[in-house]
Design a protein around this ligand. Structure first.
Ligand SMILES: CC(C)(COP(=O)(O)OP(=O)(O)OC[C@H]1O[C@@H](n2cnc3c(N)ncnc32)[C@H](O)[C@@H]1OP(=O)(O)O)[C@@H](O)C(=O)NCCC(=O)NCCS
Length: 153
């Protein structure tokens, strides 16, 4: 399967949104939903030079269709001069998995991190997401932190 990874374009909105919040998409994988306004705002931010929020998409070269995405952002870090890159979301459509696309998306994000001069690139995953961890142990290492969150009021 030949796949091209490239930065997202404004014309990708319908396909990206479908993979993000449509049936069989990323939010469904997390048994979650977000208000439409959040999806709209997130998509807009990818194209706002003042917003350090980005997305890359994986395109199946044989169909021209988008089959996956990586959403990422950069931020300051008190431990380094350079920024850190946080890989917020990674998704490959169910019928296209295990063909190297997830790895290619992560490698693209690493190249982006280098371009931005980021000194750390990191992400979270759920303990039970063993499938994703099969990829993550090949492209990264387990950092050994637990994530805590402020409870909702
Ligand atoms: C996680 C996810 C992005 C991986 O995408 P993918 O395109 O299947 O990943 P790849 O094909 O690049 O494979 C990843 C690697 O893990 C290995 N791997 C993955 N699943 C495996 C399995 N079930 N058995 C054996 N090896 C497996 C592959 O061998 C491959 O290694 P290689 O690059 O050395 O060949 C995809 O499964 C997905 O979107 N899952 C749902 C959403 C999700 O969990 N996102 C991550 C949230 S943190």
């Amino acid at each position: 399967m030949s796949v091209t990874i490239r930065k997202i374009q404004e014309g990708d909105k319908e396909e990206w949104t479908n993979l993000w919040s449509g049936a069989g998409g990323y939010l469904e994988f997390y048994k979650s939903t977000v208000p439409e306004k959040v999806t709209e705002t997130t998509f807009k931010r990818f194209f706002d030079d003042k917003d350090p929020v980005y997305s890359a998409v994986a395109v199946d070269d044989s169909t021209g269709k988008i089959i996956g995405f990586a959403n990422y952002l950069t931020h300051r870090n008190t431990w380094t001069i350079g920024d850190s890159l946080y890989l917020n979301d990674l998704f490959v459509s169910n019928d296209c998995r295990l063909k190297g696309t997830g790895r290619k998306l992560v490698e693209f994000v690493y190249t982006e991190a280098d371009k931005f001069g980021c000194e750390n690139t990191y992400w979270h995953t759920q303990f039970e997401n063993h499938r994703a961890q099969l990829l993550y142990t090949k492209v990264g290492y387990k950092a050994g932190f637990l994530v805590y969150k402020r409870p909702k009021e």
